[in-house]
Design a protein around this ligand. Structure first.
Ligand code: ADP
Length: 541
């Protein structure tokens, strides 16, 4: 008979994270730029007390365990209180991306059956428009005080600060099964309707532990951490959990995500570590380089969500900021891999180190990955063979919310990404399978092409998409936004590719545009670009 271990059985609950932060890092600060316009400061102790009051208020409103509570909000302390108050009481914190179209927001709120929705002042007009299409929402809670409440509204409004003020905080976090649902995020649904990933307390706590590890995000109590990645984009990559878990100071930028505002906050609050998608860093870099500035304390950042162009990694390094390239997805809570060097890489030349650092990296313990061919056979880890990337692990999705279809293949989740894995386990994404360019049956990596283009000094942003070609079926077209006041011709840009990629990978043409459409999470929207250029005739075609 098996001999069972004799240790305490404590469920891994999200409430334990904020309780820990309040008890052991009670005086550590949380600083937020508010939608009201000012800067707000308080501590983990204050945050936990208000999260308890919120849980009391929700209980008083009749919110049940398992009930979904939505948010339409920026990164800020009230949003953090909702993360903990809602999940802590056993309800489900459902972060909705306010940058989606109102119809998509209504669809998601209705699909999730949110009982209440909390929203920031900025989104009042949005809520007014969406509320009539969400008949099951019992109340829309404006995350501000009485003074900011509108005199009248089409939506059934409640005031956040009134809800908190009515409670005394005499509330003990309930204990329950760690497999209970804690939070819900929908994928942006570039094709078809968005799909929900329903996280559990257990998956979230495990993901928080793992993501804080030194070779993952490497967070510590000595850090000051500013998540630029929104709390509505896969829970800001878990930082609202992993930062209190390690007890670091937390800084929230609110709605101001432009380069100048971010720089000011980084300097003023002595931020050491941050995280965001590449397009955010473009804005910050432009501001810092354009004004000849330096960072005094900011020395490390995670970049993920889409491929970090090598030129961006170099530019940040020149400012003494280490870049940790990371890969993940909504279905993975989101972290899968992070790119850090191994001990044996220390002697490598700068160029060789960078070749590694540009990859998406190695798995964090908990995640397992493989690449497979079209028949599902595992492919070699030689850094050359590319195949469909599959993952599994305790914070990887098993099933989409309210869907009966099984998304797994033999127990593995197909990510939809195409990748290589090298001998040391470093994974590199070649493309999303739907973005791959198939020229005469051979694949061209759009990410590789974009990375080369992004290194040209005149290029602000570049997307590579496939367009129809009579002979080759598909050929690459490079769509480029130039830097302000910079000039480059199509011929010069195409010449820039020579020697950097195989000759037949060089795009057939360049289209200069004023802007590239971005998705609600700040990624280049290639689907829309492909539509925009669907009748494009290549010069030689
Ligand atoms: P959505 O799929 O709705 O855009 P996600 O944020 O879940 O939202 O996107 C996950 C996808 O983003 C991944 O499957 C991958 O294609 C892409 N991605 C994430 N990080 C990286 C990265 N570092 N490099 C390249 N692609 C990335």
């Amino acid at each position: 008979m098996a001999l069972m271990g004799q240790m305490m059985s404590a469920p891994l609950l999200i409430s334990s994270i904020i309780r820990h932060a309040a008890r052991y890092y009670g005086s550590t600060e949380i600083v937020s730029r508010r939608t009201e316009g000012d800067l707000h400061r308080y501590t983990y102790r204050d945050c936990e007390l208000r999260a308890r009051k919120l849980a009391q208020a929700l209980t008083a409103l009749g919110v049940q365990q398992g009930e979904r509570v939505g948010t339409l909000a920026w990164n800020g302390y009230r949003h953090l209180e909702i993360y903990y108050g809602v999940s802590g009481m056993g309800a489900v914190c459902h972060t909705v991306n306010p940058r989606l179209f109102p119809e998509q927001i209504a669809y998601i709120v209705n699909h999730a059956e949110d009982g209440y929705v909390f929203f920031d002042l900025t989104f009042l007009p949005l809520v007014e428009g969406v509320a009539p299409h969400c008949p099951n929402v019992k109340g829309w809670v404006l995350m501000s005080d009485r003074a900011h409440m509108p005199a009248e509204s089409k939506a059934k409004l409640l005031c956040y600060e009134d809800l908190i003020d009515a409670q005394d905080g005499d509330y003990a976090w309930p204990q329950f099964d760690e497999h209970q649902a804690s939070s819900l995020c929908y994928t942006s649904g570039t094709t078809g309707n968005p799909k929900g990933a329903l996280y559990s307390h257990r998956s979230t706590v495990l993901h928080s532990y793992a993501s804080a590890l030194p070779d993952a995000l490497g967070c510590s109590a000595r850090d000051v951490i500013l998540p630029v990645v929104p709390m509505f984009h896969v829970n800001a990559w878990g930082l609202p959990y992993s930062v209190p878990l390690v007890g670091a100071k937390l800084v929230f930028p609110g709605p101001k995500l432009d380069g100048a505002s971010l720089y000011e906050l980084f300097e003023q609050e002595k931020v050491t570590f941050s995280a965001g998608v590449p397009t955010v860093w473009l804005g910050l870099l432009q501001h810092v380089q354009g004004n000849n500035l330096k960072f005094s304390t900011f020395h490390r950042t995670v970049i993920g969500g889409s491929a970090a162009p090598p030129a961006m990694i170099r530019a940040l390094e020149a400012l003494d900021v280490e870049v940790i390239h990371a890969w993940g997805m909504t279905e993975m809570s989101p972290l899968g891999t992070t790119c850090k060097l191994l001990a044996k890489h220390e002697a490598l030349s700068d160029a060789d180190r960078h070749k590694i650092l540009e990859k998406q990296g190695r798995v964090i313990y908990g995640v397992d990955m493989k690449i497979v061919d079209g028949d599902g056979n595992e492919m070699p880890w030689d850094g050359k063979a590319f195949g469909d990337l599959m993952v599994r692990g305790p914070w990887v999705i098993d099933r989409y919310y309210r869907s009966d279809a099984n998304p797994l293949v033999d127990g593995w989740f197909p990510t939809g990404d195409v990748a290589t894995i090298d001998e040391d386990g470093y994974m590199q994404i070649t493309d999303r399978s739907k973005d791959v360019i198939k020229s005469g049956g051979e694949w061209i990596s759009s990410i590789d092409i974009e990375n080369v283009a992004a290194a040209h000094p005149a290029v602000h942003m570049a997307a590579c998409i496939s367009v129809y070609h009579r002979k080759w079926d598909e050929r690459p077209l490079l769509v480029v936004v130039k830097k302000p006041n910079a000039e480059v011709s199509k011929e010069e840009l195409l010449k820039f590719f020579e020697g950097k990629v195989a000759k037949w990978w060089i795009p057939d043409d360049v289209a200069f545009v004023a802007e590239i459409p971005l998705t609600a999470t700040g990624k280049m929207q290639k689907l829309k670009l492909r539509e925009q250029f669907k009748d494009y005739r290549l010069p030689a075609a």
